[in-house]
Design a protein. Structure first.
Length: 397
């Protein structure tokens, strides 16, 4: 097990104690509305457990990437939804380690909940400042980390704080680690991995690691054009990493040597600009015009990829990154077709957060997916076989 020697929340004697819980309430917000509250819903189990154990619960989270204190990054935008999902009142502190937080925490009763203001309002959070971590830790007797989405980052509230408090991982973190590491290390085969998203450079380590584990790799999204170019095709104005052409060659060669089926797009939807309303058409990979950019996989490719998924019924699929610019509806078709196919195929399906997860949620297919991860970056870390710093920092049993 990934965290075999680490304490979990049930190893702590929390009754009557102050417990600092690192949550991931970094939910997407459009025009003031939360568009996906999965991260809040998934944190419920740990919070409920702590309430039931009569702990005094101090939740903390980051929210967005603020460069200064600003209302659009305040957890005030999230706290009502947290209250609704947990079903209890939550007191929001005006700061994270300041006078208001201290006053609320001092007066907190058993079973009550306080939420500290956005940790990233202090730059010391992302700097993993020991002083900040110490002050945060001084608010509590125990630390529970349930923020899988932030577990790949060594910040004060994920790693630093563990130096100053007995710590454990929460139920959400356990579920993510169990599901993803099981799928990657002892999968039901065949094991298929779908990788998309903007850049090859973000996923080099993951591709290399997966080539030792999977039966099939499906590549789409922006990174596919670097492979198309490496194969000698003209790719117009499509996104391309010129310095990764050799690497793309190397990956294709390795796949062959390791007997891994590597599927690349054979047609594309190309457009005159990076906009939803740009003029677009479908072309084979050999005919991308010089003034067009690839925006999505074409219908032939979507069918080939879908067929590969259906042929892997009974196995496992792990998907990270969209197959096209799916935030523009005209270029979301490939991503949506794959989401639909996966939802209809009898297999273990893991979607590693971000755009692909959003597509599944928008299409109301979440129920038919085995696991939608709350953390795209952390999921990639696990696929790459890397240790998550936030888990490494947790107390040994
Ligand atoms: P990532 O964060 O690496 O998963 O990348 C997600 C981003 O990849 C999305 O915002 C997409 O717009 C982008 N993307 C997907 N396909 C393409 C493409 N063909 N050209 C440019 N960007 C793309």
């Amino acid at each position: 097990m990934y965290y075999a020697n680490k304490k979990t929340v049930e190893d702590l004697d929390v009754a009557g104690k102050r417990v600092l819980v690192r949550c991931d309430f970094n939910v997407p917000i459009v025009e003031g509305q939360i568009t996906d509250d999965l991260r809040i819903r998934e944190s419920l189990k740990t919070i409920k457990y702590l309430i039931q154990k009569n702990a005094k619960i101090i939740m903390c989270s980051h929210f967005g990437r603020p460069t200064k204190v600003a209302p659009e990054f305040s957890l005030a935008l999230v706290v009502k939804r947290v209250e609704k999902i947990i079903g209890c009142p939550v007191k929001l502190a005006k700061d994270s380690i300041g006078a208001d937080a201290k006053a609320l925490v001092e007066n907190i009763k058993e079973g009550e909940l306080v939420l500290l203001e956005n940790l990233r309002f202090q730059k010391e959070e992302t700097e993993n400042s020991p002083e900040f971590a110490k002050k945060l830790a001084s608010l509590a007797d125990f630390f529970v980390n349930d923020a899988f989405g932030a577990a790949h980052r060594a910040h004060a509230s994920t790693v630093g704080v563990c130096k100053f408090l007995p710590s454990a991982i929460g139920y959400l973190m356990q579920k993510e680690l169990d599901t993803i590491s099981q799928a990657i290390n002892s999968p039901k085969r065949p094991l298929v991995s779908i990788l998309g998203g903007a850049k090859v450079s973000d996923k080099i380590g993951v591709i290399h690691s997966l080539l030792n584990k999977v039966n099939t790799v499906i590549l789409g999204g922006g990174m596919a054009y670097t492979f198309a170019k490496a194969n000698g095709f003209e790719i117009g104005t499509s996104i391309c990493e010129e310095d990764k052409l050799d690497l793309a060659h190397d990956i294709m060669k390795q796949a062959q040597e390791k007997n891994v089926k590597l599927l690349l797009p054979t047609d594309y939807v190309v457009a005159t600009g990076f906009r939803n309303d740009a003029e677009f058409k479908t072309v084979p990979v050999s005919q991308i015009p010089p003034d067009y950019m690839g925006m999505d996989i074409g219908p032939q490719t979507a069918n080939t990829f879908s067929k590969a998924i259906r042929e892997s019924a009974g196995g496992t699929v792990i998907w990270n990154g969209p197959l096209g610019v799916c935030e523009f509806p005209n270029f979301a078709k490939g991503t949506k077709q794959l989401a639909q196919t996966i939802s209809e195929t009898d297999m273990i399906s893991i979607i590693g957060g971000g755009d692909a997860a959003a597509a599944v949620t928008q299409m109301n297919l979440s129920e038919k997916i085995t696991h939608i991860s709350t953390g795209g970056g952390s999921c990639l870390h696990l696929l790459e076989g890397m240790e998550l710093p936030a888990v490494a920092a947790i107390s040994i049993k």
